[in-house]
Every structure is written in C-alpha cells, then in structure tokens.
Design a protein around this ligand. Structure first.
Ligand code: FAD
Length: 574
C-alpha cells in the first residue's frame, strides 16, 4: 500500500510528538511507531525536566548552560546548549499549558528538585532545577503531547515497524514500513522525514531501556551512508536495581538519598566534596565501580546501597511513589525501611545522528545536509550532551529540538519537491524482507543478542581498555557472521516477531561495532568514556567529535570540531 504525506515522523516518543504538533501546522503528518504510541520509552522517564524557573530558589539559564557544558566534559556544542537552556523556561510553561500535571509547591508553582550536576553560581552548590510530576514525568508529558497531536489531526500508524528510509541521491523521499499485524509492507512518500526513534540501550545486558530501544533507524541510516556521531559515549546511570538494571531516578538522591559502601561510608564525599551524591552520572558510576573493585561493595559483593531512609515516608509517597513500588515488587523491600542494592545500568546514548539545531541531518563532517531528512530526540546528536548528559536534560532536549525540527520542516515544506521512494529500493526492501521469512539456518537471534549484550557489558561499559576493545571488535564481527545463519521458523506474516527480532539484532550488531571502534580510537578519558590505558582528558588531541561512516572498505572514522563559545574547558571538579 502507498501513502502520501507532507511529513512522516518515525517515533511517538516526546521528540516525535512535539515535532508532529508543530509540523501539523504546515501540512499533513503521519507518525509511525513500532509500538502503541504511549508505550514509547519516554513514558518511563521518572525524575524530571530541567528548566531554570527559579521557583524554589534563585536560578538562571546561564548557570544551566554552564552546568550542561561542564557536565558534557566540554564536548557538548555550546551554541546548541545555549539554545536549549535559554528555551527551557518557555518550554516547561508551554508543556504546562498543554496540560502536563506538574507537581506543585505549596503556593501552587511548578515544584522543582535537585538533580545531578545542576548547580547555582557556576558550581557553588546543588540547585532545584528539575520540574517533575512525582516520578512519572515522562508519562505525564507523553500523554499530554499525544492528546495534543490528536487534536492537530496527526495520523498515527501504530505498530508499523520501519524497515527502510529512502535516502537516495542526497535527499530523503520517505519511509518503508511493515504493518506488524498483517505483515503487509507500506510505502510512505513524504517531502520531509523526521527520525525520532529513541535510544539503543539494548546493546547492553543490564539496561534501564525498554525492549524496543534497539536503534533501528540509526542502523538503517548508517547503512545508507549517513554518519553516526560520538557513539563511544554511552551513559551508565549509577543507580540501577541490582541484577535487573531497572532505574531508580536520580531524583531519589535529589530528595536526600545517599550512596553508602560496606563500611557504611557515604563515599561520594571523597569523589565530589561539594555536591557529593549529586555529582554527574559518569563520576558517580565510576565511583561505585571503584568501590566495588576495591572490595567495598556491600558484603564484598558487586553492589552498593542507595539509602533513602533519611527521606520522610510522606515525601517518598508523594514524590517517589513509582520507585517505591518498584523496590517492593522487584526487590521485596520497602525503601523507607531498608537500603536498596544498586549498580550502574546502561541508560542513555549521547551519540547518534548528527544534526544542526533545527534538526537537519548532516551527511558529512563539513556541514552538508541530507535534503528532506531531520532527526530529534535521543537518536539525534545535536550535540547538547557531549561526553556525558546531565539528568533531566534529555526530556528537555526532546521537546526543545523536536519543536525546532517541526518548525524547520514548516519552512522546508514551502519549497520542497514531492517525496517518493525509488523503485529499486522498494523492490529490494520487499524482496529482502520476503527472503528473511523463508530463511533456513541453525542460528537463533535471541542467542546471538544475549552473547552480544554480555560482550558489550564486559568489554565496553564504565571502564574501557584497548585490549578489551580490540577483542570486542573481533567478537562482534564473528557474531555478525553468525547472524547471517539465523533461521526463521515462523513462516506466518501476522505478528512475525521472530523476523522483527532478527532485524533488530542486525541493527544492534552494527551499532555495537561503531561504539567499539569509536571507543577504541578515542585515546583519552572524557565524560562517560573512561579509558584505563589513557586515564586523562586530552584537549590537545581529542577535543573533537567522532563521526563514523560506513564505506565499502569498512567503517571509517573522521572528526569535526566542538563549538566552544563561552566556557573554556577546565578541569572538572565538583
Ligand atoms: C527509565 C528511564 C528513565 C528516564 N528518566 C529521565 C528523566 O527523568 N529525565 C530526562 O530528561 N530523561 C530521562 N530519560 C531519558 C529520556 O526519557 C529519553 O532519552 C527520551 O524520552 C527519548 O525520547 P525520544 O522521543 O527520543 O524516543 P522514545 O521515547 O524512546 O521513542 C522512540 C520511538 O521510536 C519508535 N521506533 C523505534 N524504532 C522504530 C522502528 N523501526 N519503526 C517504527 N518506530 C520505531 C518507537 O516505537 C517509539 O515510539 C530516562 C530514560 C529511561 C530509559
């Protein structure tokens, strides 16, 4: 079946929906999502969205800008960071007007709490900057945006899995997607295509990310020649429930929770004397892993405790109800009475599809763009998070840059040529998909995926080393060869999740290789990328972005400069 829209958006998370609301002012919009829209990972966001409203104590967008640049270990593009932080206050008020039920101060203003790396007076002390809706902030925002997009006439294609994006001859003409329910392939011609397909935490074994966070569209675009930026930077959130990786929001520490080791010591005092448990995530994750490695994990084991017993039960119930329930269900403990076993969990992809501040996708390191192609949200790399994202800055990023991309699409549509998918590409996709279904072979996608996730976790997580990374690259290539022998037993067309799993695995493998190679190449430690064999940050050689390209000879890495406008890189102390 063929469809025609002015704009096609892949993804119904916050970025896709915010863009859709904007683009719908300028033409017809389709949103394609492989899930039911409100099951996008954005709904899982707990802690909040950052904006220097100053509702609880003095704050300023400039401090937010400084914190974000410093938090990024100075790899974030400051021109973009400034745009985001300056727009944050307007953004949150707009969300409030769209119907987001934010938690309130006693006098009725939007309540704010502390979060990692957010400070006043350029690092003097932690500041209350995170606006929240208890610990269900993503859920609250997503439902408001979903409702608004319906009102704007956005057409949703639920449970449509995108198989290909028509990037041909320097431009993008639309999207090819599989209707999961029927197995039918649909062609979506579009003048503008926006990718808002979220993160890819599923490259790791222990992750806070949803099952669906497999980075499909990054894999697809990479295949077409679009580069991927800064893929070596993957954030590990310090407090995943031990053994499960389910997230306990940083808001728990924002409300007064502390991390302790086997000696009962509040160890973050040693690593970040000023803001302690509210240091940025890269530092707290490294601190936890160091405690564990040096034998100070609880009972000498591989976890530490997050102690929320200092928080009043009333506050826990009012502001952290979700994680209180998680602890009861998954760990069998009440956080008001017992400390929570935690370990870092793979959480957020700083790297992704390179874009400018209006969502246009770069095709090279010189600033050339792919006509008609846009990206926003976690799949994109603007780059506001650089080498390490601050908590609450991602929800902000999705909404600020989702809106900007939608506005840019409006401008683009005025003179855009009609979209269209080349006959060759359409045929290749249909035939390729059909041949997958009949594939015989002895390998199974879930087994290869588990092996990949384990390797990535063991060899490319909080700490990295050349020997491990070299080994990892070879292992990923071997797994890629094994994946060519995957057999598909389900011959049916309806809900053929076996085929979808094999497709998702192909993207996980491709992205893992880029992550490993980019990590191997970057011979320094910066933000979330911590090389044990190069423990120092090296601004002389490495204050630059990595761009990975797929070429006929394999993956090629190139670089481009970082935008530094206001804050010169200094040593990061907290
Ligand atoms: C547990 C958790 C808690 C978090 N808490 C916070 C927080 O408190 N504050 C904060 O700032 N950030 C938080 N984050 C990060 C933040 O939530 C995400 O970065 C952000 O929501 C991503 O939004 P998105 O719109 O880019 O993508 P997502 O919300 O992940 O949506 C991706 C969309 O793409 C679609 N899609 C993907 N592939 C395909 C395909 N092949 N075909 C069709 N559709 C496809 C999916 O169906 C989905 O609709 C948290 C993240 C997690 C995992």
């Amino acid at each position: 079946m063929t469809h025609n829209f002015d704009t096609v958006i892949i993804g119904s998370g916050l970025a896709g929906l915010r863009a859709a609301i904007e683009a719908a002012k300028h033409g017809t919009v389709a949103v394609l999502t492989k899930l039911y829209p409100t099951r996008s990972h954005s709904t899982a966001a707990q802690g909040g969205i950052a904006a220097a409203l100053g509702n609880e104590e003095p704050d300023s967008p400039e401090w937010h800008f400084y914190d974000t640049a410093k938090g990024s270990d100075f790899l974030g593009d400051q021109a973009a960071i400034e745009v985001m932080c300056e727009d944050a206050i307007r953004t949150v008020i707009e969300l409030e007007h769209m119907g987001v039920p934010f938690s309130r101060t006693p006098e009725g203003k939007i309540a704010q709490r502390r979060f990692g790396g957010h400070t006043r007076d350029f690092g003097a002390a932690a500041v209350r900057r995170a606006c929240y809706s208890a610990d269900r902030t993503g859920h609250a925002i997503l439902f408001a945006l979903y409702e608004q997009s319906g009102l704007q006439g956005v057409k949703f294609f639920d449970e449509f899995h995108v198989l290909d994006i028509a990037v041909e001859e320097g431009g993008c003409g639309g999207v090819i997607a599989l209707e999961i329910k029927t197995g039918e392939i649909h062609m979506f011609s579009a003048k503008a295509t926006l990718v808002a397909s979220g993160g890819y935490g599923r490259v790791y074994k222990t992750t806070s990310n949803a099952i669906a966070s497999t980075g499909d569209c990054l894999g697809i675009l990479f295949r077409t020649g679009v580069p991927l930026q800064d893929m070596e930077f993957f954030q590990f959130h310090p407090t995943g429930l031990y053994g499960l990786g389910i997230l306990v929001t940083e808001g728990a520490r924002g409300e007064g929770g502390i991390l302790v080791n086997r000696e009962g010591e509040r160890f973050m005092e040693r690593y970040a004397p000023t803001i302690k448990d509210l240091a940025p995530r890269d530092m707290v994750s490294r601190a936890i892993m160091t405690e564990v490695r040096e034998g100070r994990g609880i009972d000498g084991r591989d976890f530490v405790h997050l102690d929320l017993r200092g928080i009043k039960r009333g506050i826990l119930e009012e502001r952290l109800p979700e994680i209180t329930t998680f602890c009861k269900i998954y760990m069998g403990l009440d956080p008001a009475l017992a400390p929570i076993p935690v370990l870092p969990t793979a959480h957020y992809a700083m790297g992704g599809i390179p874009t400018d501040i209006d969502g246009r996708v770069f095709k090279d390191e010189k600033g050339g763009v792919v006509e008609g192609l846009f990206a926003a949200g976690e799949c994109a790399c603007v780059s506001v998070h650089g080498a390490n994202r601050l908590g609450c800055n991602s929800l902000l990023d999705t909404v600020v840059f989702g809106r900007r991309a939608g506005m840019e699409i409006g401008r683009f549509l005025k003179s855009a040529e009609p979209g269209g998918i080349g006959g060759d590409l359409a045929r290749r996709t249909v035939e390729g998909h059909a041949s997958m279904q009949g594939r015989s072979g002895t390998e199974k996608a879930p087994e290869i995926r588990s092996e990949l996730q384990k390797r990535m976790t063991d060899e490319c997580s909080v700490f990295r080393h050349r020997e491990d990374l070299e080994k990892l690259v070879a292992e990923i290539r071997a797994l890629e060869r094994r994946a060519a022998g995957i057999g598909i037993k389900d011959a049916g067309k309806r809900f053929n999740t076996e085929v979808l799993e094999a497709i998702e695995l192909s993207h996980l493998l491709a992205l893992s290789e880029v992550i490993a190679l980019s990590a191997l190449r970057r011979e320094e430690s910066r933000g979330a990328h911590s090389r044990e064999d190069f423990p120092k940050r090296d601004d002389v050689n490495w204050l630059k972005h990595t761009l990975a390209f797929r070429t006929e000879k394999g993956i090629e890495l190139r670089h481009k400069p970082v935008s530094i406008t206001k804050f010169k890189p200094v040593e990061r102390k907290y």
